[in-house]
Design a protein around this ligand. Structure first.
Ligand code: NOJ
Length: 570
């Protein structure tokens, strides 16, 4: 990495942005609370840990934090199995700790986004416990999807639906009441782990309760919500259940048996009314893996959740044409919906992008699973190249209009921990596939804060072991260090704040097919060379005006290095 360092970061002017619009071009930093910072020393990150690092987050220059679930949970799916939607897991803190964290964030001019998980509760939620204790056909069972099985004695699941984590989406219970007490009885639906029973959104009580949850957190100062599997809430439960042996969505008309059904939008229109009770209105962003653009737009409407994730760049190969096409399409989508676009390369569900980009081109999601199973050895990756491309892609993305989602640790250039000891793995995918797919633990390893402290300054002995190489990425090894990934992120985020005004973007035709070049208002230019060899700097670009460069600033007046992005200030 070139070590000539970026020029000083510009002074921030937080007052420059309109309040209610903060989300449209926000840089949002995702915190996976169990793995961020552990203030209590029990090996599990917690809310006081987040508060203690508010200075770090502020200095990083992000506009908001999104916290993955911190609610009481048995952690069967990393907290996405919620026992109580309106409380904090005692291992992660208390409601007072939550309030203190929000206050610290707001004092630092950082908004807070909470994760809401409406598709399923945990099997320890009081509703599910009550459902198990009640009889078939009872109001307690009607908050979930309980059905009799098929076959002579109900021994077959009600349908062929698979679960996301492997195995069937149905689990049979043992009845605890009535004449069948003690005998195998009904089946309940869980599109994810068996500890995550799907809620029945046709039930008004379920709908009402989530309004209460939204208000509960909004009243505590939460600025917005990330909505987990937003497209799954409504299912076609008419009998006999339709066959759907794969979870893929193949129809684009809102009639799939399980996903993206039209009726889901009535629910979110109701949420929008609740969110609009607040000033400024609370924001919401849908996690909806919907392959059809016109359908995805429905979640992002101002009358709906208001924004939706798109995972298109995350899934794209590192190539100029692909990136250009995706950006052009997503920006026009955003314009149609009235929302702004979202961008993301890494989160708690995917292999970290520095590792993805280190793998040979064409290594798709299935091949990444195989790579993880081989402990990150097959195919051999090129980490230096991976990080170089990750930094170039990130800088390309941070220049775009819309909100940029960053995942904790990417600012340290962390790679996937692909060779975690097998006995440490916790992702339900690992267990539900009979140990054939490792799942997502490799991107969830607790952060390295200090290279010389025990547990790298995370706190107690981490719930997932930190690989030895984590020390070389620790915050203290990068803080103030010219050319480090951390300083690169800080510099890019500071310049982004300064340069970003309206959401306009204009493509500049690039002479070379491996280049992508766009201009933002006020003459801010972003240029990426996706090729491996240096390319000519397009005429009219002045190397003296480069303010951020993904590979470190070189003032070569004629070339842009391979796999590099440059920001050129007006
Ligand atoms: C999406 C979340 O991002 C993921 O981590 C979780 O396992 C599923 N939804 C189920 O809640």
């Amino acid at each position: 990495m070139d070590s000539q360092f970026s020029p000083p970061r510009p002074a921030d002017d937080p007052g420059a942005r309109p309040r209610a619009d903060w989300w449209r071009q926000a840089a949002v930093y995702q915190i996976y609370p169990r793995s961020f910072a552990d203030a209590t020393g029990d090996g599990l990150g917690d809310l006081p840990g987040v508060t203690s690092r508010m200075g770090y987050l502020s200095e990083l220059g992000i506009d908001a934090i999104w916290l993955s679930p911190f609610y009481p949970s048995a952690l069967a799916d990393g907290g996405y199995d919620v026992d109580d939607y309106r409380n904090v897991d005692p291992r992660l803190g208390t409601l007072e700790d939550f309030d203190a964290m929000v206050a610290a964030a707001h004092a630092a001019n950082i908004k807070v986004i909470a994760d809401v998980v409406p598709n399923h509760s945990s099997n320890r939620h009081e509703w599910f416990t009550a459902a198990l204790a009640a009889a078939p056909g009872s109001p307690e069972r009607a908050r979930y999807h309980f059905l009799d099985g098929l076959g002579e004695n109900g021994e077959l699941p009600p349908s062929d639906w698979p679960s996301h984590f492997g195995g069937p989406a149905w689990t049979r219970i043992t009845e605890s009441t009535g004449e069948n007490a003690g005998a195998p009885g009904q089946w309940y639906l869980h599109l994810f782990a068996s500890e995550q029973p799907d809620l029945n959104w046709d039930n008004p009580e379920v709908r009402e309760d989530f309004h209460t949850t939204l208000r509960f957190w909004a009243d505590r100062g939460v600025d917005g919500f990330r909505v987990d599997v937003a497209h799954a809430l409504v299912k076609d439960m008419s009998l006999p259940l339709r066959s759907k042996p794969s979870l893929e969505i193949t129809v684009d008309d809102g009639t799939d048996a399980l996903f993206d059904r039209d009726e889901v939008h009535e629910i979110f229109a109701g949420w929008r009314s609740v969110l609009n009770e607040y000033d400024p209105p609370r924001i919401a962003v849908a996690e909806a893996w919907v392959p059809f653009t016109h359908r995805r737009l429905l979640y992002a409407r101002p009358t709906g959740l208001g924004q939706a994730f798109n995972f298109d760049l995350l899934q794209a190969p590192f190539a100029a044409g692909e990136f250009r096409n995706i950006v052009a399409r997503c920006l026009s989508e955003a314009e149609t919906s009235g929302a702004s676009s979202t961008w993301v390369f890494s989160n708690h569900d995917v292999v970290r992008h520095a590792s993805r980009y280190s793998l040979p081109d064409g290594t798709d999601a299935a091949a990444q699973d195989a790579w993880l199973l081989s402990g990150g050895r097959e195919p051999a990756g090129d980490p230096e190249r991976g990080l170089r491309r990750a930094r170039a892609a990130t800088l390309f993305m941070l220049g775009l209009p819309g909100s940029a989602y960053l995942y904790q640790g990417e600012e340290l250039g962390l790679f996937e921990a692909a060779d975690l000891p097998l006995e440490s793995l916790q992702d339900p995918t690992w267990f539900r596939t009979g140990r054939k797919a490792k799942g997502r633990d490799g991107c969830r390893v607790p952060l390295p804060w200090n290279s010389t402290e025990e547990h790298l300054g995370f706190g107690g002995s981490p719930w997932l072991p930190q690989p030895g190489w984590f020390a070389t990425h620790a915050v203290d090894t990068q803080d103030g260090v010219a050319g480090s990934t951390l300083e690169f992120y800080r510099s890019a985020l500071a310049w982004r704040r300064k340069l970003q005004t309206t959401e306009a973007l204009q493509w500049v035709s690039a002479p070379d097919a491996t280049l992508a070049h766009y201009r933002r208002p006020n003459g801010w230019e972003v240029l990426t060379n996706f090729g491996t060899t240096p390319a000519d700097l397009p005429a009219g670009l002045d190397a003296a005006r480069i303010v951020v460069a993904s590979g470190g600033i070189t003032r070569d007046p004629a070339h842009i290095p391979g796999e590099t992005t440059l920001w050129i200030a007006p």
